[in-house]
Design a protein. Sequence first.
Lengths: 410, 310
Amino acid sequence: MKSFKALLGATAFVSASAAYGADLEVTHWWTSGGEAAAVAEFAKAFNEKTDHNWVDGAIAGSGGTARPIIISRILGGDPMGATQLNHGRQAEELIEAGLLLDLTDVAEAQGWRDIVFPSSLLDACTYEGRIYCAPVNIHSWQWMWLSHKAFEDAGQDVPSNWDEFVAAAPALSDAGKIPLAMGQQPWQSAGAFGVMSVAIAGLDAWRAVTVDKNAEVAAGPEYAKVFQAAADAREMAANSNVQDWNQATNLVITGQAGAQIMGDWAQGEFQVAGQTAGEDYTCLPGLGVNELLDTAGDAFYFPKQDNADVEAAQKELAALLLSPEVQVAFNLKKGSLPVRGDIDMSSANACMQKGLEILASGNVLPSGDMNLSPDTQGQIEDLMVEFWNDPSYSAADAQAAYADIIANAD
Amino acid sequence: MTLADNAAQSRANEHQTKRPSRLFKNMTAKVASIPMVLTALVVFVGCTAWTITYSFTNSRLLPRLEFVGWDQYDRLWSTRRWLISIENLAIFGICSLILSFVIGFTLAALLDRKIRGEAVFRTIFLYPFALSFIVTGLVWQWILNPDFGIQQVVRDWGWESFVFDPLNNADIVIFGILIAGIWQGSGFIMVIMLAGLRGIDEDIWKAARVDGIPTWKTYVLVIIPMMRPVFVTALVIITSGIIKVYDLVVAQTSGGPGIASEVPAKYVIEKMFQSQNLAQGFAASTMMLLSVLVVLIPWAYLEFGGKKRG
């Protein structure tokens, strides 16, 4: 009898400790003001709604700095509980090697297939029919942010598309402003070029190059126009001596620069600075030319762990990330679009509403991350950062080098 | 003392009677060096061979054995970024080698003149070496920043057209990095040189003075040749520092503007982890190893091969 009681006690103790929950280290590279505020929403929801504990593992620097750290930790046998990555081809080989947790059961229980919109987001998480990541937001690169103050100071109307902006640029320079703010990190140069290529070369040419890797189109006249435009933009950005994207955004916020081509994550910075869309700044999707948005985004991957408790916590977190309230709270702070089309985003500001409309009308592109391998993207980044920073690098030479990379892309 | 000698003597006698093979001579010393021998074989030689082998494959994020011949090397040597990296390393290497030696030796020679407050100066000169390359890089990034560094200060003094922005000018950016490297490293070289100078016998100075040889001539013709081992030590330390220069560049420019200040080590690490192309990174690191060997083998031949003949 006594031993039976002891046994009962022991069972109770074991089950209690199982319910007590696990510490889950979550790594991500959301460190700028707006981003940090957004990720805090995840942590809050996870700590309050589950028994588990969010251990924040923010890695300073951009994705370029953080990704190698994250991947070498997973490969090196020191996996974190969960980690941010851009979904697409970055994690392909980690999945092949069986290092990531299969989330298919969570996805089926939560009906992700039905709620995730556009469905390409979930496709990017899927590998051979199994789902390995939880998409949390949609980020699109195709935005230009314009400072009302800068254009007022220069005595110009705020442009409504790229051509008007180019026309207004000399007046901005005369007024002592930097027409185009650009951070000097490679991913920013490559990203801005990507935006210009969709807007200027048009969707068909872009698709031929990025999706089908057609080097002839990359060397053709449509892309020649893009490179010419990029060369013009290079002159406009000549005096922009900042490194980080948020420093460049800050130039626009303070009116020292006219505009910045940057993804919608820049929105969070305007919000933190207390600015209002339409009054203090304007956003132009697709540079005001081709209103298309790509559907890149962030997703959480869950490296495999030996501990069953941790695995349960990982799955709970995965389900939580896509729950309606968390999606709204997170995306409002982040300035990104939610991954599900069935939630109420009426409290979003004017820019986000524009984005939601474009998304709802189906004008979406697959993102570069989903089409090009990190290796090809690295080569493009090297080319672009050199091109943007070296005025003697001619548009024609750059185009030839670009076509070469596309021809060898895998 | 005598006891120990006796013991050694008797052991030697024993050995002589048994005639042991050469292999078992100095057994304890050999056993003790096994871990280091293994480390050298497995870690250095083994990993080097592994890296070189995989540089001929098409490994991406994970190593895999699908050989593609010289493809990775073809691509490497037709990549502009790699060529620029090599050029930068050459400029940085030659300049920092010469400048570290000249500055380090000059400072050491000046301190060696028995000046007052030597300890204070020595501490000041050595201080930068206590900082990591990352901190050094950040500090110099601020100092050389055209908006709030030296350029702005001089402009505030009234010289409005003054331009000094090495980190933002692609043509001279590598010299901006060189300044920080020299600032950080020359103090350490100075200390090594100073130790060498202190090792010179006082009598040599007296003899030189008696013969009426001017001080500078004594340094150049007598002291420097005597300090050959010290110079070799300093050379090895500086060169290895040059080849692996990475953090300084990351902290100061992250390779910019454009790709004007890229270095080979940065190429290796970014190809391996950022671009997820291990084989390309391995090919680049093999080339780095090769360049070290090209310098090292002739030197080792001269240094060790020469002595045997002499």
